[in-house]
Ligand binder design. Structure first.
Ligand SMILES: [Zn+2]
Length: 301
């Protein structure tokens, strides 16, 4: 039973917007692609946990903190007696272990996700202790990409390889489990402890002047748009969007990229260059947000 749908991490939301507006350096672009790929792997795993038939609560993307340490669990599955903590990796290509270290095929050392998993498991146990809850905890690292080859990993490592994934899911599906009110209470407690923003997010530096202000096609990401009656039409893919929806989308983007800026008619007008009527933008803002103040200094919340 899904208790918590996977939130899109804040970092990824911002990076998507920055990428669309083409302000990322080569390295930042690479980081962004990795984030996107990692998230894609998690969504792929969600499709598998959705099929679990036995009684369990699935919490996706929990971001927690205990004793001043933050940790994130890709997927937590609560059964009657056991909680599974699962970290999903979408790595592809060749890797190997040597002397307990993980390497790329070319011999460069790679960041070992097992270290992160162990830290996570330890912090989760501390949290359970703090909450006075007793569960058996099992942590696994799931490699979900069939294009991965990992050599020389000790058999004792809690790794699920792509070729073992189906059997792993069958094993989870066979866990005998009855959930009671206490489980529900505990699951809700974890959800209430979930943090929406991480302290460890490393966003690229960007400033207001540097960001191109324009509407981007929501379908193909082209900036080549025109206005036809009350619609914005993409010249490249022909996608049509109601002007109102496009304006609301831009407002959302301004809020995400520049949370401290006030949403005013002038501000939004500045971002929606192809919409010639400032009045129309004012009307849309008035209809969808609460106006604070009057006249020249009014803004919307
Ligand atoms: Zn388009």
């Amino acid at each position: 039973m899904l208790k918590m749908p996977r939130p899109v991490p804040n970092e990824l939301i911002v990076m998507r917007l920055l990428n669309l507006r083409e302000v990322l350096s080569q390295q930042e672009k690479k980081n962004y692609k990795n984030l996107e790929k990692g998230f894609e792997g998690e969504l792929k795993f969600d499709l598998l946990t959705e099929k679990l038939q036995n009684e369990c609560f699935v919490l996706n993307g929990l971001l927690l903190e205990v004793n001043n340490s933050e940790f994130q669990i890709d997927t937590s599955i609560i059964f009657q007696k056991t909680i599974y903590l699962i970290d999903v990796k979408n790595f592809e290509g060749d890797y190997y272990y040597e002397n307990e270290k993980l390497y790329f095929a070319n011999g460069d050392e790679a960041k070992d996700p097992l270290l992160q998993l162990r830290r996570c498991e330890s912090l989760f146990r501390q949290l359970l202790q703090k909450l006075g809850v007793h569960f058996h905890v099992e942590a696994y690292l799931v490699y979900i990409n069939p294009e991965l080859t990992l050599l020389q990993a000790p058999r004792s490592y809690p790794i699920v390889y792509p070729t073992q994934l189906n059997r792993f899911m069958q094993k989870l599906n066979m866990v005998p489990s009855r959930l009671y009110e206490t489980h529900e209470k505990f699951a809700n407690q974890l959800i209430s402890l979930h943090k929406t923003e991480s302290l460890n997010t490393k966003l690229p530096r960007y400033n207001y002047d540097q960001i191109p202000k324009r509407i981007i096609c929501s379908s193909c990401c082209s900036c080549s748009l025109s206005v036809r009656r009350n619609k914005i039409v993409c010249k490249k893919c022909n996608h049509q969007e109601e002007i109102e929806l496009a304006v609301l989308r831009i407002v959302e983007e301004i809020k995400i990229l520049f949370p401290n800026r006030k949403i005013t008619t002038n501000e939004v007008y500045h971002w929606c260059k192809i919409i010639e009527s400032k009045k129309m933008i004012g009307r849309i803002l008035k209809k969808n947000f609460k106006q604070v103040g009057y006249g020249k200094w009014s803004y919307y919340e």
